[in-house]
Write a protein that binds this ligand. Structure first.
Ligand code: ADQ
Length: 490
């Protein structure tokens, strides 16, 4: 807020992301507004509310067209309009090639080590180039000056920074890559690796979650482009321009007041157990994810099964609720994954279930933030077992929800979050035994140890919240803009 009032006051901020922060849907009862299940939206929305800029995104809701004006603009959030959403319309074919195809069947598995093979089709790539161009044109048409601040979000827009730079050379383009960056050898299998690197280097600042992802990016540039890399300063000089490559670990908006909106944990515990028809003292585990093969949901269920096998005393006393929002479900890989998740939950339930007791409750549906809060607060343990994850915001949401300072976080060592949350029980999700032992340890952890761990993680997440994430990027942008102004006068 200070920056937006200070160094960047009056500067126009434009955000570009694939996903829109508000989706208007036609329902029998009228137009309904939904918030997507996306870490990116959760994080960037907080910034946009503060700076009242323009957010450019794909209009994918069935009623989206009915809500915009003739410039394709709509003011959001609906209950308290504070910034402009500019929608870009994509044809089914564009969406299939650019979004489902190149971004989600190509780049997503390329960047995540989850042993799913990337698929690279020339037709998808062509759509990806075209759609990047269309969004770049939207940025250019929204720009009120030749030097806006443009925040480009994620792997859907690797080419856009260069495209915008060519028309607006003085723009400050900050691109944030929300997913991991693979090592240079893995990255090298992409047939368009040079174009992707070239596109990203149109950015003034390029951000990753961790130093490790940043280093992988520098290595990839070193290997595939003619560029000069200053490792100490973390800059890349390429084609006569400089890109600053930094790590900015993303976070969440810490709840404004710890108590007022929330019922006491004891009451939430009772309500949630009651709603699930569980015994009042039943131990409860929670998992919250998009139904995505990178999230380690299968490995999580295997760890639960192994724990029940090793500790028969827990059968009937422990239930795990998996909340899984359907995601990218038109892709075969995701359909097959959902079938596997459902089948495994069913097998474990058949094996350990009793009349009136299920070890795993699978809720494959979107849940609003308030419902998620209730589960976070009612749980004894939260399991985040991603096979690979840029950061993982669920881990931080769980911590933020626990103002009672209890509850245990089990966290995969392959998440960006594990680099910060050292007091979680860190595990290798591929090792089922380790997951099972961590779960048992969590369920039997003395309250005092829970409190110590939770307190320390809460103090970290409270301090390094999403405003800090954005603040660091914008502060660096302000510094570079100032330098640019001075240099242009000399
Ligand atoms: P995601 O892969 O989407 O994000 P994550 O960071 O865990 O993963 O964020 C998911 C968000 O969606 C959370 O805010 C969560 O509450 C919400 N969500 C998940 N399941 C839901 C459900 N069933 N119903 C409603 N909401 C649900 C990508 C990267 C991450 C990175 C973020 C932000 O893959 O590594 O942390 O971007 O940069």
């Amino acid at each position: 807020r200070t920056l937006l009032d200070g160094e960047l006051a009056g500067d126009q901020v434009l955000v570009v992301s694939n996903r829109e922060p508000y989706i208007h849907i036609d329902t029998p009862a009228g137009i309904e507004v939904r918030r997507p299940a996306s870490g990116l939206v959760t994080a960037v929305e907080a910034v946009m509310r503060a700076c009242s800029g323009t957010w450019i995104a794909h209009g994918g809701g069935s009623a989206d067209r009915q809500t915009v004006d003739r410039h394709d603009h709509v003011r959001v959030p609906p209950d308290n309009p504070s910034y402009t959403l500019r929608r870009v319309w994509l044809s089914k074919e564009e969406e299939r090639g650019y979004y489902y195809g190149f971004a989600n069947e190509g780049i997503w598995p390329l960047c995540h080590i989850a042993h799913v093979r990337p698929v690279f089709r020339t037709s998808d790539w062509d759509r990806y180039v075209e759609v990047n161009q269309r969004f770049a044109e939207a940025v250019i048409s929204e720009a009120r000056s030749d030097d806006p601040v443009v925040l480009v979000q994620d792997y859907h827009f690797a080419l856009l920074p260069r495209m915008v730079r060519e028309v607006l050379p003085r723009a400050t383009i900050i691109t944030f890559w929300h997913i991991p960056w693979p090592n240079s050898e893995s990255f090298g299998i992409c047939p368009w690796r040079e174009q992707i690197l070239d596109g990203l280097l149109g950015s003034t600042i390029l951000g990753f979650h961790t130093p490790f992802h940043r280093k992988n990016f520098l290595d990839s540039v070193d290997r595939y482009l003619e560029a000069r890399i200053e490792t100490e300063a973390s800059t890349i000089s390429y084609g006569g321009a400089l890109t600053q490559v930094e790590n900015y670990p993303i976070s969440i908006a810490w709840p404004e007041s710890d108590d007022s909106d929330n019922l006491p944990v004891a009451e939430v515990r009772a309500r949630v157990r009651n709603a699930l028809a569980l015994a009042p003292n039943c131990l409860l585990g929670i998992g919250v994810d998009r139904l995505d093969y990178t999230k380690g949901i299968i490995e999580r269920f295997q760890a639960i099964e192994r724990m029940l096998e090793l500790s028969p005393g827990m059968v009937g006393k422990f239930t795990f609720v998996q909340i899984a929002a359907p995601s990218r479900s038109s892709l075969e890989e995701y359909q097959a994954f959902e079938v596997r998740v459902r089948a495994l939950a069913q097998r474990i339930n058949l094996r350990f279930g009793r009349p009136g007791y299920l070890p795993i409750v699978l809720k494959a549906a979107y849940h609003d933030q308030q419902q998620l809060q209730q589960f976070y607060r009612a749980a004894d343990v939260c399991m985040v077992t991603s096979l690979h994850d840029g950061m993982n915001l669920v881990a931080k949401e769980f911590i933020a929800a626990r103002n009672d300072e209890s509850g245990v976080l089990i966290l995969s060592q392959f998440t960006g979050a594990s680099r910060e949350l050292h007091e979680a029980l860190l595990i290798n999700p591929y090792h089922v035994e380790e997951g099972a032992n961590a779960l048992l340890r969590a369920l039997t952890m003395p309250a005092i140890e829970q409190r110590e761990r939770m307190r320390s993680m809460r103090s970290l997440v409270r301090n390094f919240n999403v405003y800090r994430w954005a603040g660091h990027m914008l502060r660096d942008a302000a510094r570079l803009r100032q330098r640019e102004r001075v240099m242009s006068k000399i």
